[in-house]
Design a protein around this ligand. Sequence first.
Ligand SMILES: Nc1nc2c(ncn2[C@@H]2O[C@H](COP(=O)(O)OP(=O)(O)OP(=O)(O)O)[C@@H](O)[C@H]2O)c(=O)[nH]1
Ligand SMILES: [Mg+2]
Length: 281
Amino acid sequence: MCSVCGCGEGETRIEGHEHAHGDHAPSHHHHDSPHPHHYGHGPARAHAPGLSQSRMVQIEEDILAKNDRYAQANRRLFARQGILALNLVSSPGSGKTTLLARTLEELRDEMPMSVIEGDQETSHDAERLRATGARAIQINTGKGCHLDAHMVGHAAEHLAPGQGSVLFIENVGNLVCPAAFDLGEAVKVVILSVTEGEDKPLKYPDMFHAAGLMLLNKIDLLPHLDFDVDRCIEYARRVNPGIQVLRVSARSGEGLEHWHRWLRLNREARLLGLETEGSAA
Ligand SMILES: Nc1nc2c(ncn2[C@@H]2O[C@H](COP(=O)(O)OP(=O)(O)OP(=O)(O)O)[C@@H](O)[C@H]2O)c(=O)[nH]1
Ligand SMILES: [Mg+2]
């Protein structure tokens, strides 16, 4: 159950998981999977009849506390291995996968990178990214509207991102629920496309508050829109004064050199942390 919107959580499926259990043909329909992976089967749903408000709040707190414990374990693992884990969040279609595909292509000779892909259904995005030659694993959340730290821990175990690598986690397209679930990432990167309207940071403040970086995507379309870039950035800073903002187009490539620079700097900081920790030990 999602403690934010109360959606029911069914089965979650991690691509390739069947192989790990010795199955033959991997099913692409999680309903058919003989060994589905179950997550978050709470005792109730947000609209559960007969549950008091205080009981509901208790259940929500338990879910988030449990998630945070898994997130801390992921964070420790990533830190130990000098992995820069980034949680990419946005509404559907803002350009997460397009940006990732391009990033994987343009930086592949410079840094090791891999991807955990979250979608309710299909492995389209993981397939798109594997076409670049990168390693990517798909998580299907079924009815779930966000990734949680337990799923990411399992997927990371399968993927085994190398020491000093960048691990991109593309969350389910949703500007609400993923804000509440820490995955153990170093930074949440929110992607907002200019076709969505400049008021989104004010309407969905939790997400923009939680993010360290906002990529304002699809700026190639600005000539066709009345989107006010300065106002949008002002709104984002209103909910999060410390948020960094980069203007990019995953289509034309405009501004991507700033994103690449941001990645290099943050990866180097991670590696430096690893060295410091190593020499202290
Ligand atoms: N014009 C323009 N189109 C873009 C840009 N980035 C992505 N798109 C298009 O936007 C659409 C959605 O892009 P995706 O990369 O699939 O978006 P997403 O955020 O991964 O979507 P979900 O995974 O479904 O949430 C596609 O048609 C892309 O080609 C951009 O910078 N400019
Ligand atoms: Mg995508």
